[in-house]
Design a protein. Structure first.
Length: 153
């Protein structure tokens, strides 16, 4: 391997994490897991905290958690309530998230994972990422891919 390849590899950051969805009881679940694992609760962002949401929200939806995480033994476990209208099936509410600073890698993985699968959300700019998308692969595993600007938890 030459020096240029080594420098490029050292600059690319990759994160693979689990993301658990709940049906309106995310806050309760996170408080339970924080107590159980003896870890500090992090800030919880609600749907009502989102900048410029593209859908109307009643007060119940505004209180739902859109994102939070717990750091358990050095690993982040992410949590959210389901989005309005999103189906929820207990037991099937875990997805894998892949974050990288390499945009071409995100695009390649997204395209490879969607082959024979189903695109839930095309890669697009969001308020937390320049390129984010969701896809369920041909094996039924849901993936969230996100370009990391260095601020991801």
């Amino acid at each position: 391997m030459n020096t240029i390849s080594i420098e490029i590899q050292e600059r690319v950051k990759m994160v693979l994490q689990a993301f658990i969805n709940f049906n309106g009881n995310c806050r309760e679940a996170v408080e339970f897991y924080a107590k159980t694992f003896g870890v500090e609760k992090q800030q919880m962002m609600t749907f009502g905290d989102m900048p410029n949401p593209d859908f109307p929200m009643d007060d119940d939806v505004k209180k739902r958690i859109v994102y939070t995480f717990l750091n358990i033994d050095g690993h982040n476990l992410m949590f959210s309530d389901t989005m309005p209208g999103m189906p929820f099936v207990a037991g099937n509410n875990i997805s894998l998230t892949y974050g990288s600073t390499d945009k071409k890698r995100i695009e390649k993985l997204f395209n490879d994972l969607k082959a024979g699968g189903k695109v839930e959300m095309e890669l697009q700019k969001t308020f937390w990422s320049e390129s984010y998308g969701m896809v369920t692969d041909k094996f039924g595993i849901q993936w969230q891919l996100s370009l990391d600007d260095g601020k991801m938890q």
